[in-house]
Design a protein around this ligand. Structure first.
Ligand code: RP5
Length: 152
């Protein structure tokens, strides 16, 4: 993520990954404030053993796109909800990538963070039957949580 201030949102992705028992790390890597750290991370991610990157940022959210420019690992972008423009700035900064440099862009805010984790897990599950089962169980449990009638 681009900042400590993104953590309340990105923590939700981390929690879903914990629930699915997907090994992961959370790091602060800013495209603007720590560009050298971002570059080193993006270029070294595959060598460090990462398979998928979830990049969350808000405002002028260049982090996902810049990381995608420097790795061929799948990059999922989470537009963090900004105070000034409610995350529309984040969304548009992340989603409008030029052809050839893809970022899989999720929804603004909490839903995007959770879904990024589920999408990352689904990618990893293509080559991991146990994870595929855990993911299907997780999804089935959420379906089971939906009541048929509203309660007061
Ligand atoms: C972006 O700027 C970060 O991803 C964050 O969402 C936003 C604001 O960062 P802070 O000023 O709170 O550190 O780079």
């Amino acid at each position: 993520m681009g900042s400590q201030s993104d953590w309340p949102t990105m923590k939700l992705a981390s929690e879903v990954l914990d629930e699915l028992e997907v090994e992961h790390e959370a790091r602060i890597v800013s495209a603007h404030r720590t560009p050298d750290r971002m570059s080193a991370f993006a270029k070294g991610a595959e060598g460090e053993g990462f398979d998928v990157i979830i990049a969350g940022a808000g405002g002028a959210a260049h982090l996902p796109g810049m990381i995608a420019a420097m790795t061929h690992l799948p990059v999922l972008g989470v537009p963090v909800q900004s105070k000034a423009l409610s995350g529309m700035d984040s969304l548009l900064s992340i989603v409008q990538m030029p052809a050839g440099i893809p970022v899989g862009t999720l929804a603004i805010g909490d839903a995007g963070a959770k879904n990024a984790a589920l999408m990352a897990a689904a990618i990893l599950a293509l080559n991991d039957e146990d994870l595929s089962e855990r993911l299907q169980d997780w999804r089935a449990a959420r379906t089971g949580d939906v009541g048929e009638v509203p309660v007061d």
